[in-house]
Design a protein. Sequence first.
Length: 294
Amino acid sequence: MRVVYVAKHHQKDSNDDEGAIAHALTQLGHRVVLVPESQGATPPRGDILLFHKWSNTDQLKKLNGKMLRAFWYFDLVGTCGDSSYIQRSAARMRWMHAVTPNVDIGFCTDGDWVDEDLTGKLRTLHQGFDSRLEAEEAEKQVFPMLFVGGLPNGSVRAQRFQELKQEYGDQLVHMSSGVYRESLAVALASAAISVALDSPVTNRYWSNRVYNSCGLGAFTLHPYCAELAEEYQEGKEIAFYSCPQEFREKVLYYSRNAEQRQAVAQRGRARTLKDHTYYNRCKELMKLIKEAGA
């Protein structure tokens, strides 16, 4: 299949999810034509048009019947109960309402938004791990606990982090969401526990941070999510917590049991490489796109 892929390509200083997706599609035997999102007003002909946040609805309408049109939207659309996200959420919902009628199928990482869909076009498809990346060998663990990610002002996530920081002090270190790829691998190799915060998280939405963390061989302590618990086994490939008390108990237990912690991390990496890479996700994506055009 000839896949015309409209996106922000060649982002070597970020996660480069686009590069991982293009690589995976090529591994699957497809011909991938990269079209920069900023220049994507008139994409070339192909069998499938794939994009992330392109919003040229006029061009999408013109392509109706000429090739299958699909988007893959990575971010949270709703608010997950965090009022600080209302304005951002409204903009994302407007995009969804404008674009969804003009595609054949859409994929969202926000499963809660898919549940609300009335068009029948949306499917839940989470992101994945870039299997081109290698885990760093675990070195001297400098950080007892490490959180990597943004802390938007006024957000519930920022509040959660400050609560943990007051309790754990220097044992909990924060690195901004600007730490990617090889730099992230080095940081995670220096941490005993990679912490994910419980906002914004639901049973049907979580950040791609979990796949990056587990895929790079980090012991990951994550808020409990019912669907994520179907992907990773508690106590074998990941550790989940459902409340502050359980968070404390898991931190204490795994801080004192290094061998078990390392075994969980190794199995989490193996699970990620087996089932949760962009190759896995793109295989599912292409299957569903073909079914939508059948």
